[in-house]
Design a protein around this ligand. Structure first.
Ligand code: C2E
Ligand code: CA
Ligand code: CA
Length: 501
């Protein structure tokens, strides 16, 4: 029975029981009280009144419960589980009224561009899952105490507390990145616009702040995939970020991203065990841009596949040109982003690309970071197995930080892990880093997985790693990232293996 029928049925049933009991026992009670007719009549009147009071109280309790249930059902959006707009606005008011003078909040409105085409691409049920995922991702990280709502079919509002008002730009960029990652996971061409306003500078109460955020969103919606802040200075920073995205696209298309090679050493033999390829982007105006910045931009803007293809192309051609492929070098590691592993299309593309160069595929090791964001782990495992058939091996990068865990070994058939350099940094002085590194090495060895310590910067760290039975090491102490020509020189037999530039 559904709720609309159950509630009245409950009320009628309770009334039936109460009144039947009353009919059965109340007259007996009255009669046992007195035989006097006058007293009897009075008792009957009182009895009637008591019945009315009792049934009224019962009705009141049940109707009130029903109303409360209905109210709380309306408080939450059934698709995303977020607050309804009216509740959101009530809490927004409360939160801002209670805020301290030093508090900073950002209110942002996120609106999906061309929502109808999203629904057409993935269907009704997946659209609801997609909206739920967006809701979940804008509610992170939890320490920002997010308060959010789906304000209309494809629009979200969220208030978050910032430690510092300067964080607003990077926070909104993070929200944008999360949205793009969600879209990427569902393999859809969806973009969004965000309008953001800062409390108290753009509005010192809920009404003003909301008006500022709406104004910013209206400006953003004049084009697609845009972020606008109510404060024009912040909008300018965002414009610069977008410009950098265009420049990165151009650099990838013009093959202007360079690569360098950092050797990995076998600790016992001190011989080069392989190289890791790292991307480099030097722009005429920005100068050297760190891969941490441009790889994140590539992830946000779905350029990863093209970046990886370019890196693979350049790696194979430079190593071949220097006669290193398969001769001095038996393992070449290339970094790929976890968002690529999430995409069936990207992995098929990679598989096809490598089929054209089987000699290179056999030597290739793909390093993956941020495995926690892998969406469909079974699907990723299939992609891994497909590439393994070509001889490609897999490594989990930055192991031990973020949400990496040993659980990944049972899900993905990995060949190697790289212990994050934050642990290697602490090896000499911090017993916890040493214990964690030792634990990781022992467990990985138990699984038959090769362990590489990354970021080794001095002899002491290297000798501790040796005592911990770590197989391989990489870091500035052993070799800086270098060009293919320098690599060739450092690999010539008469050179000392560890004396790289
Ligand atoms: P990663 O994969 O952990 O790469 C190692 C990073 O640590 C490199 O920074 C390297 O230069 C640096 N490093 C190596 N030895 C030492 C050391 O002894 N001490 C210290 N402090 N640092 C050391 P880089 O080149 O700036 O790369 C940063 C990250 O960007 C890489 O971290 C990787 O995750 C990503 N990345 C670089 N190239 C690519 C690429 O082509 N594709 C993708 N998807 N990601 C890339
Ligand atoms: Ca790496
Ligand atoms: Ca790493």
């Amino acid at each position: 029975m559904n709720k609309t029928k159950r509630y009245p049925a409950n009320i009628v049933f309770s009334y039936l029981i109460l009144s039947s009991l009353w009919v059965l026992f109340s007259d007996l009670a009255v009669e046992s009280l007195s035989n006097d007719l006058q007293e009897h009549a009075l008792a009957q009147t009182v009895k009637g009144l008591v019945f009315i009071i009792l049934t009224s109280a019962l009705l009141w309790v049940m109707v009130r419960k029903n109303n409360r249930d209905l109210e709380s059902a309306n408080d939450l959006d059934s698709v995303t589980g977020l607050h309804s707009p009216s509740v959101f606005y009530r809490y927004l008011n409360k939160r801002l009224k209670k805020s301290q003078a030093s508090d900073h909040y950002v209110l942002f409105l996120l609106d999906i561009d061309n929502f109808k085409s999203v629904a057409d691409q993935i269907g009704f049920e997946n659209t609801n899952l997609f909206l739920k995922d967006i809701a979940r991702s804008i509610e992170l990280p939890i320490e920002h105490q997010p308060l959010s709502s789906r304000v209309h079919s494809d629009g979200f509002a969220c208030l978050v507390k910032l430690d510092d008002k300067e964080d607003i730009e990077s926070y909104i960029a993070l929200v944008h990145r999360r949205f793009n990652q969600c879209a990427y996971r569902y393999d859809i061409n969806a973009t969004c616009c965000i309008g953001a306003a800062l409390f108290p500078s753009d509005g010192n109460n809920a009404k003003q702040l909301m008006a500022s955020a709406i104004h910013a969103l209206t400006e953003a919606k004049k084009s697609k995939n845009t972020i606008e802040f109510h404060d024009p200075k912040l909008t300018e920073l965002e414009r610069q970020r977008q410009e950098m995205v265009q420049e990165l696209r151009k650099a990838i298309d013009d093959k202007a991203i360079d690569i360098v090679f950092q050797p990995k050493f076998n600790i016992e033999s001190r011989l080069v065990a392989g190289v890791e390829v790292l991307s480099r982007w030097t722009h005429e105006r920005y100068g050297v841009v760190s891969p941490d910045i441009f790889v994140a931009l590539a992830e946000e803007n779905h350029f990863c596949r093209d970046l990886t293809t370019l890196v693979l192309e350049k790696t194979a051609s430079q190593l071949r040109a220097n006669g290193l492929l398969g001769n001095e070098l038996n393992s070449v590691s290339v970094n790929i982003s976890a968002v690529e592993l999430n995409s069936v299309d990207d992995m098929n593309h990679l598989d096809e690309y490598l089929r054209k160069d089987p000699e290179f595929a056999r030597l290739l090791c793909l390093e993956i970071t941020e495995t926690a964001i892998l969406k469909d782990i079974d699907q990723c495992a299939i992609a891994v197995q497909t590439l393994k058939k070509q001889g490609v091996s897999f490594s989990i990068d930055d192991f031990g930080v973020g949400y990496t865990s040993f659980g990944i070994f049972s899900k993905l058939d990995v060949d190697e892990i790289k212990v994050d350099r934050s642990y290697i940094n602490g090896l000499e002085d911090d017993y916890r880093s040493r214990a964690i590194t030792s634990g990781i090495i022992d467990i990985a060895r138990g699984f038959g997985i090769n362990v590489v310590a990354e970021g080794v910067e001095n002899a002491q760290q290297l000798s501790i790693l040796k005592t911990l039975n770590c197989e391989q090491a990489q870091g500035y102490y052993l070799g800086y990232p270098m060009s293919s020509k320098q690599l060739k020189v450092s690999l010539t037999p008469e050179k000392e293996p560890c004396s790289t530039t």
